[in-house]
Design a protein around this ligand. Structure first.
Ligand code: HEM
Length: 352
């Protein structure tokens, strides 16, 4: 009995184990089959959105910047991919940076070449030892407000565009990050000093910068810049200076307008508009900087006697006769052409 009993017990255990194995095997097979058929019946959500559109359509929608539904207040978060952003980025880091670099480097190269060929433009005639007032203290103050703020804006702005390629490798990430952070603060605040300066420059000097017939003659002779002893007649500002004036005023206005849009993001402009304004801001800034580099050169080392106009405000009378003959005539009543006979009749009135 006992042995039978025990025999029967072993047999039953074996049965139970075999049954278990069989059930396990069956379960695995069934699971596989059901997984396969489930995959057929219910493909993953992403490949078939609920509204029946295809995966391609869905991604096309996302990439074209379509706004989906979000329940948070920031509705623009419903745009998953703003594809204009990729265009903006590639223009900014591509052609804008490249051509900008060429413009700045090219201008510096041209000025070095000009200096090597032409040298410093000297006062040709005999100096008189007398001076004439060119700009009063207020005008000089406005000029240096504009110039000072512009120079800092230019350096801090160029750092945002080119710093990671030029300054970062020199300073390392820590110092570069700190410098760029302070640079950004300076850029944001000094923008207002610059805008005020531009406004005042416009009001002070616009009457002297209206184009006139003299400017054509001056331009045809390239202002005598390339030929020693040639001094085409000019009033308070010659054609070259008028170009600087209008570049500063119009460029400054464009920089101010686009800059304010970027200073208060989304307050005045959409994301796509801000991307456009950023590109305009950077492009105008680079061109104006190149123009101003030439201005700084000619207003300092490039021409003897020029800096005094913005330094003390008083210029050597002979300098004024050579570069602004008609203005000297207006201010002093002097007849042009009577001074320094070796001027080859350079001080001609426009009527002649
Ligand atoms: C930082 C160095 C600068 C120097 C040494 C300098 C020098 C001068 C000088 C000497 C003049 C008077 C020229 C004359 O008497 O006929 C002048 C005029 C002027 N400056 Fe500057 N300047 C500088 C920067 C700037 C900047 C950054 C701007 C504007 C962003 C600017 C805008 C003007 C304008 C609009 C005029 C009147 C038009 C002209 O003379 O070209 N200057 N500057």
């Amino acid at each position: 009995m006992t042995s039978n009993h025990s025999k029967g017990g072993v047999g039953r255990t074996l049965h139970i184990v075999l049954l278990g194995v069989a059930m396990l095997a069956l379960t695995l097979v069934m699971a596989n089959v059901s997984a396969a058929s489930a995959a057929e019946a219910f493909p993953p959500v992403a490949s078939q959105p609920a509204d029946g559109t295809s995966k391609t359509d869905m991604w096309r929608g996302i990439r074209s910047g379509e706004q989906g539904y979000v329940s948070i207040p920031n509705k623009s978060a419903g745009v998953l991919v703003q594809s204009e952003g990729e265009l903006w980025r590639s223009v900014r880091n591509g052609p804008l940076s490249t051509y900008g670099g060429w413009a700045l480097g090219g201008m510096i190269g041209l000025l070095v070449l000009f200096f090597l060929v032409r040298g410093r433009i000297r006062i040709d005639g005999q100096k008189t030892g007398r001076t004439i007032q060119r700009f009063n203290a207020f005008e000089r103050g406005v000029h240096w407000l504009t110039a000072g703020s512009f120079v800092i804006l230019a350096f801090t702005g160029l750092n945002v565009l080119y710093g990671r390629y030029t300054v970062l490798p020199l300073l390392g990430p820590e110092a570069f990050a700190t410098m760029t952070q302070y640079g950004k603060f300076a850029h944001n605040y000094l923008g207002f000093a610059f805008m005020l300066g531009i406004l005042l420059i416009f009001v002070m000097w616009v009457k002297h910068n209206i184009p006139e017939r003299n400017d054509i003659t001056w331009a045809l002779k390239a202002g005598g810049l390339f030929s020693k002893g040639v001094h085409p007649a000019a009033k308070k500002f010659n054609a070259g200076q008028k170009v600087i004036f209008w570049a500063t005023v119009l460029g400054g206005a464009a920089l101010g307008f686009t800059g304010v849009q970027l200073l208060w993001p989304f307050s005045f402009a959409s994301l796509a508009d801000m991307q456009l304004y950023q590109l305009i801001h950077a492009a105008v800034a680079v061109v104006l900087t190149a123009v101003i580099i030439a201005h700084i050169y000619i207003g300092s080392v490039g021409m003897e006697g020029a800096f005094d106009a913005m330094g003390t405000g008083d210029v050597e009378l002979q300098w004024a006769r050579e570069h602004h003959s008609l203005w000297v005539q207006e201010v002093t009543g002097e007849t042009p052409g009577r001074h320094g006979g070796h001027h080859h009749g350079r001080h001609r009135a426009p009527a002649e």
